[in-house]
Design a protein around this ligand. Structure first.
Ligand code: ZN
Length: 234
């Protein structure tokens, strides 16, 4: 193979690797943000469960205080009942007592309901806590891996770029220009194999004379369809 073609193929290999690494680096912030969002959502579930737990406790405490207050009132009504000699007042106090006792019954039912809820909330909180801890360790590990990969990619990229510059300096300017224009335009390859007269870039059959030129290897031959530089596969 012509030394020029060989040099272009090596250059293209570096170019393709550089391109792949740059694409990988581009996707990094999105990947990282996705992992962080996952963790934030696990944390939110945990915070929500904890908040429900707090609200439940506050509500129960409030009911307990109200029940205590009503019990105090009932005790006072009973003392008043014992002191009074008026039937009307006695009956009125009895009504009040019955009314307050009914209230207490209702509040105690509500308290029981809240206690049952509290058990369920505690289970949910424990599960959310476990899930968050697990997510945190897994996601942290993934982020660390991602960062290590990114650092390795940056180092590799610097190596490849230095290698590319060195290789490029050894290729005639005109050839390099043609190669660069093709690589940028096509995005994937500028130098492709010709197999059974088929261009490895656009997969079109080339005219016979082009095939002969590629086989003769005395100059750089381009595919008449896509413009890529062709080389013969032995
Ligand atoms: Zn082609």
């Amino acid at each position: 193979m012509q030394p020029e073609l060989e040099a272009l193929l090596v250059l293209q290999d570096r170019d393709q690797k550089i391109r792949a690494l740059r694409q990988q680096q581009k996707s990094l912030p999105t990947e990282r943000a996705g992992l962080e969002a996952k963790l934030a959502s696990a944390k939110q579930l945990l915070e929500h469960a904890k908040q429900r737990g707090k609200e439940n406790e506050v509500e129960r405490r409030k009911i307990q205080l109200e029940v205590e207050g009503k019990r105090g009132s009932i005790a006072r009504f009973k003392t008043q009942q014992q002191a009074t000699r008026k039937n009307e007042e006695y009956t009125a106090l009895s009504k009040e007592i019955a009314h307050f006792e009914a209230d207490i019954q209702g509040m105690e039912d509500k308290e029981l309901e809240l206690m049952e809820q509290s058990e369920e909330i505690q289970e949910t909180t424990a599960a959310a806590e476990k899930d968050f801890a697990k997510s945190q360790s897994i996601i942290q590990e993934q982020i660390t891996k991602l960062e290590a990969g990114a650092n390795a990619a940056t180092a590799r990229l610097a190596e490849l770029e230095a290698d590319y510059a060195k290789l490029a300096s050894e290729i005639p300017e005109e050839t390099l220009d043609l190669y660069r224009r093709l690589f940028v335009k096509k995005g994937d390859s500028a130098v492709v194999p010709l197999e059974s007269e088929i261009c490895g870039g656009c997969h079109m059959k080339v005219p016979v004379q082009i095939g002969s030129q590629v086989r003769a290897q005395h100059l750089l031959t381009q595919c008449p369809n896509c413009g890529r530089i062709l080389y013969r596969v032995i």
